[in-house]
Design a protein around this ligand. Sequence first.
Ligand code: FES
Ligand code: FES
Length: 155
Amino acid sequence: MPKHTFKLNGKQISVDAEDNVRLLWVLRDLLGVTGPKYGCALEVCKSCTSHINGKAFNPCSVQVKDIEPTDEVTTIEGLPATVGKDLHPMQEAWLKYDVAQCGYCQPGQIMAAVAKVKQKGGALTDADFDEIRNICRCGTYARIREAINQGASRM
Ligand code: FES
Ligand code: FES
């Protein structure tokens, strides 16, 4: 079976998997990294949102063969280490505003929020918020926006 190597949450890892297995299943089933959630596998729900080289992406829609050895994949598990703390400022804001309901979409929401704030270089406009397409079936969107505003001010 082919071996694939890439950087995951700060460590270079290797994993044996068929080339066409999508990264979400490599992360969850082979590497035990379950923060990225499986919702649709169609790049629609965004519950698996993680970062590749600092940008948001959906590992449900990327085959593991397309991840390069130099690529840095960060999941919610590795987010705090990117700022050298126990929690990322966006996670602290999430707690302050008690955002989560069932929680299923929330790792993806936080990863999308951090990537969007980095991309825009600070506070988000209404148009920026509209570009975040992560679905929350519990309808926590109002609290998500409050938390992103707070988190962005501390990033
Ligand atoms: S599971 Fe990846 S976008 Fe829905
Ligand atoms: S908190 Fe339940 S789906 Fe978002």
